[in-house]
Each structure stands twice: as structure tokens, then as C-alpha cells.
Write a protein that binds this ligand. Sequence first.
Ligand SMILES: Nc1ncnc2c1ncn2[C@@H]1O[C@H](COP(=O)(O)OP(=O)(O)OP(=O)(O)O)[C@@H](O)[C@H]1O
Length: 782
Amino acid sequence: MEKICVAVRVRPPVSESVDLAAAACSHWKVEDNRISLHRSLAGTPLPPALSYAFDHVFDKDSSNSSVYDLLIKDIIHAVLQGFNGTAFAYGQTSSGKTFTMNGSHNDPGIIHRAVRDIFSNTNMSTEREFLIRVSYMEIYNEEINDLFAVENQKLQIHESLERGIYVAGLREEIVNSADQVLKLIQMGEVNRHFGETNMNVRSSRSHTIFRMVIESKGKDSALDDAIRVSVLNLVDLAGSERIAKTGAGGVRLKEGKHINKSLMILGNVINKLSDGAKQRGHIPYRDSKLTRILQPALGGNAKTSIICTVAPEEVHIEETKGTLHFASRAKRITNCVQVNEILTDAALLKRQKLEIEELRMKLEGSHAGVLEQEILKLRNDMLKYEVEREKLAMELEEEKRKSHRAQGSESLTQSHKEDSFSTQQGDAFSTPTFKPAPHAFVAKRSSYHSTTPEYSPLPYEFGEVADEDTWFKMNNGFIADLDSIRMTPAKQVSSVPSIDDCQIGNYKQVEDLQRQVQEAIAEKNEFMKQHQEQLVLNNQLTEEISKLKKEAQEVHQRLRESCKAVNEEICSTFQSVDDDDDKSTTAKLCSRTSEFVMFLMSTLEANVSMATHKNEENKSSSRKDKDEKGSWQYGNKHKDCTQIASWKTELSGEIKEIYERLEQELDTNNHLVEASKERVVGLERESRILLAERDDLQLAVSDSSKRLASLSQQNEKIFQDLACEIQRRKGLEEEIKQFSIAFASRQRSLISFHCDFKSKLDHLKAQSPPKSSIGFGGRNFL
Ligand SMILES: Nc1ncnc2c1ncn2[C@@H]1O[C@H](COP(=O)(O)OP(=O)(O)OP(=O)(O)O)[C@@H](O)[C@H]1O
């Protein structure tokens, strides 16, 4: 959707007096793209906020060149690319419309500049070849006249699915240079209705439409055979006028009424269109010839610019306000612009092949929704063909009826002759400078346009069967050719993501998931490996711990055993001493000494020596006692005591030695036990850490196993979905295939029907009197 571009141009004041001119200009102020009334009519208060902004506002000093550059140039370039374009000048009488469109010698107008621009572009184009046709018409008192052929008067407007709205019988000239076109325009201007009024010595009494149809085709047909056809309308409207001001009477009055009426209808159409799509309802395009011809430019398929001209004088303030109001309504209109293309059979075939290829590509991986849309589109196309076929059948019937009627009418035959004469004769206006086109495309299309008989392929009553809604729905664009042309399906901009994108997205998703699964598996394997290693380490440590425990037990055992052995040794020593004592006479003394030794075990050497010393003392005292009890015992015992003392010394030495050894051994063992204990504690701590680690690992492993399981599930689901999708796609492919076959057969039947229809038509034409006698005279191209 594209908004209409609206500009306002203020004409310079016409007063010859500089002061008056300055005063005239002082009411309207132009700043950038804004125009405001800043001084009201004498004696009336200034209306609030009377200020308008437009795409451009040109002040009195502006030139046609700047208007063209800012407002029209873009349209011309769009037209060369296949878009329709329209520019028209609107405003009260004498406000400068004709000056803007036609210009002057020093400052050529928009039409002149557009023609030059088009040819300089086409001549420079290395990629496309062009065929340009021009026509020039006027709407005078609600009648359409051909300005290139005065004999073509009161032409009728028709509408067809292929051509859109067109004027039947309008002369079109194939042109190949700007000079040629400008010459033709100059000749056409002669036929235009001008008249003198109080307000303008050369006032346009009609609306004029200069039309250029530009066909183009890529020079490299390997790339695309499509032919672009665009239409440029440059319109100079007649000015609205107040009868009181123009002083019109008689013919001028009649003209003025028609002008005002058609401009009022144009205003109504603009108002309706500016209401927005929802509120607008029925648009009264059919109420005037002007709005009917401009229909594609107003809310249809064309880039449109409106230049509203205003007069700055105080006397015209009301009209200027009216024009600005019209302009501000027009600013709200949006058009739906698209490139117009027509296709030859070969191009159509090429395109269809491409489309099938695209479909196949899409089928190879994507959303069924898009495919369903494609199917729907194809179905719609097929329906369209059906409708077209029915219409053609109706037309054939109509033709037959008309031909029967015509055969019975002699007078109509005569009028046909006259009309035929005018059609064949009137080539005083044939293109003088036209040379055979160098390129096959231009030659072919030129010959087509110059040889095709001009008649409307549709009955006149068609206007009653086709309405705007049908036109909008079925043919929102202009297609200039009829016979060998197919409609290019409207370019669609889909909001759904493209099928390729979706496919890539799916594959990416699957790839991502597969990668994730791979990673998860690798992670899991890594965890398992670590887990195994940890288990081995753990086992080793457990073994080591048990070994150490065993070792510690052995140490304890050994210690116990060695203690036991020492005890046993001591006991056996004492036993041997006891046994010896039993055998010797000093047994009793030994027995007593053994008790003493046991005591000495704790007090060691010092006590032994002390004990020995005391014993010596005791011996002497006891000797005294024993001397008193019996002197015979003392002599025997003295010998024994000496021996016992030596034994005692010997024994003490041995005991001391054993004790020291045992003490050393005990120390060593204690050290060993301590070290073992420490080691055991360390190992236990290590084992605890390892156990905790193992638990963590087990948790992680179970987590990753779960994740792996869910990923596998997802993966499986995706694969299932993919399988379903593939299955569905296969079904759709099958459906498309069948549909394509059905479509092709319908197309073939349509083409054969078309040929049949044409041949019947030719046959009928050959049999019946010429069309002009029954209303089919003239040419069929716009
Ligand atoms: N921008 C302009 N610069 C110089 N002269 C201008 C300009 N606009 C209009 N004029 C002059 O004003 C007069 C009226 O202009 P023009 O005939 O173009 O008006 P119009 O709107 O076409 O009138 P009508 O509707 O009656 O045909 C002419 O003499 C024209 O040369």
C-alpha cells in the first residue's frame, strides 16, 4: 500500500501592478511543506488554525523543473520498471494547471520533461528493450474525444479482466523518440477545447489525459521472458469555476457545468477513498467518465501524484481553501501498487517450470501450510479460468446474436463502410518517423499493435455485469494485451516463514539435538570411565586399609607376643632360678630374692644396688641375730650369700638388658602403631572423600542418564514427526501432481476453447457486416 503524493503549487499573482501583486501574495504564507492563511479577507476574522501540510508546497517562485524533480521523476522511474503511474493537476480555473503540465517555452512542463526523461532512460537501458505507445484524449462535456484523431469522438469506456478499464477505439501511436511524441502532442493540442473566460483568456474547457503505455522485456530472454506493461497518465484537469466570476454563458456555461459536475464527482470519490477502507463503502467511480478512467490511479494499482494549484489573490481565498481541503483529503488515499507483467506461452511455460521446481524444492522439506496455500492459489487460478471460459461462452453467444441482428440491417452496413473508411484512411496521422524496430520483441509487439483490428472483445453491456468490486477482486491492475497474454499472478508477500527457512530450521534443530545427544553420550562415557577409575582406586585404598589394619593387628599381636615372650622368659628365668634353688641350698634365699626382683623390676638398678646394699647391712645384722640364735647356720650361709650376690648382679644385668631391649622394642612398636593410626585416619578421611565423590558421580551419572533418556525420547519424537511430515508431504505432492494434471488439462481445454472461440468469431466476422455498424468500430487499445 502506498499513499498518494500530494503537493500544492501557488501561482504567481497575475496583477500587473507590483504593489497589488505583493498584496495578493500576503494572504498565504508558504514555509517548507506547509501553507497557511495568515491574513483573512478584509473585515472577516482569521479562521483558527487554517494551515495545511503536504508532501511538498511550491511557492510562486517555483519552476516546473523543481516540481518535476520532486514530484514526478520518481513516478517516471517506477513506470519504466513496470508500475502504473498517474500525475494530475487540480485547481480552480486560472490557477496554473496547464502551465504546470504543459509549461512554457522557457520552462517546459511536466509532460514535456516526462517524455524526455522516459526516452533518455530507455535509450540508455542496456538490459531491457522497450516499446512505447502514446494516446491523447480529452473529456469534453462528459464525452471522450481522441485528440490524435478528430474523427474518434464520443468514445466509450470498457473494462475487461485482462485490460482493466480502457477507452475503446482510442488511437495509439507507436513512438520511438521524445521529439516524435512532443510533435504528436503539439498536434493533439490543436484539437483540444480551449475558450476565453473572464478569468482566463485560454481556459481549458476539457480534462485532458496524455497516456503512454510502456512495454518492456529483458534483452536476455534466458533470464525472464515476462513482458512488463505499465501505463503513465498525465492529466490536466479543467478548473472549477464560479459562473459569477467567469461570466460564462451559453456554451461556456454548459462547459462550466460539466466541468464542475465531474470535479464534484472526483471530490466525492476522493472523500470516500479518504474515509479509510472500512467506512468507505461504494466508491462512485462510474458517476463520471473522468473518475472511471482515473479509477486505477485513485485507490487502485498506480503510483499517483496530485498537484493542486492555487491562486494567491484575495478574491480567490474561498476557492483556494476548497482546493486545499480537497488536497488534504486526497493525502489520505492509499494505492496498491504492483508491477504489471504479461507472459507469452513460452514465458508462461518457463515460469510454470520454475514454479514447479520451487514447489518441488518446497516439498522437499517444509510446512504443509505453505503447500496448502499453493494448492489454494492454484485452485483459485483454475476457478478464474473457469469464470473466464464461461464469460467467453457468453460473449460468443452475444456475438452470434448481434451478427444475426446485423445481417438483417442494411442501413447499418452503410454506416460500417463509413467507419471502416475512417479507420483505414485516417493515417495522415500515422507515425512519420517510425522505423522498423531493430529487436524482435519490438518488431513483434509493434506489428501486433498496428495490425490488430480495433474492437471491443466484450459486449457493451459488459459494463453492467462488471462492477468495481469484481474489478478489484479479479483484476487489480492493468494488462494491455488481450489475445496472447496471460495474467501474471499477483506478487504475494507472505507473512509465513519461507518453506526453505523452516526446513533449515528443522534440520538445524535436529542437528542440534543430535549434537546434544552425542555430547551427552560422550559426557556419560567420560563419567562412567571416571567412575570405574574411582572404583578401582577405591578398591585399592580399601585393600590398602585392610592391609594396614592387618599389619596393625599383626604389630599388636607381635607386641603382645613379644611381651608374652619376655614375660615367659622372665618367668622361665625365675622358674629356672626357682628350680635351681630347689636343687641348691640357697633355694629359699632365691625365692625371697625373686620377690625382691619383682619389686626391683619397677625400681630398676638403683633400687637393686640400694637393695643389695641394704641386704649387705641386713646380712651383717642378721648375722648378729643368727649368731645369737645359732652360730652353725651363719658359716654355711655366708658362702651362699656371696654366690647369690654374684647371681643377683648377673641377673640384674640381664634383667636390665632385657628391660632396655623391651623398652626399645615397645618404643618402636608404639611409633609404628602411632604411624599406622595416623595412616589409618588419613586413609579413612581419603576414603570418606572418595565415597562422597563417588556418590556425587553416581548422582551426575544418573542425571545424565535421565537427560540422555529424555533427549533420546525427544530425538525419537522428532524422527517420528519428521516421518509423519514426509508422509504428509508425499500426500500433498501426490495431490499437487494430480491437481497439476487437472489444471493442465483445464488450461488446454481453455486454450482450445479460446482458439475455437476466436475461429468462430473470425468466421462470424467474415460472415457478418463490419462491427462499427453494430457498435464495434474503432480500435481496442488504450
Ligand atoms: N507558476 C506560474 N508561473 C508563471 N505563470 C503562471 C504560473 N501558473 C500560471 N501562470 C499563468 O497564469 C495563467 C493561467 O494559468 P493556466 O492557464 O495554466 O491556468 P489553469 O489552471 O490551467 O486554468 P484553466 O483551468 O482555466 O485552464 C496563464 O497565463 C499562465 O501562464
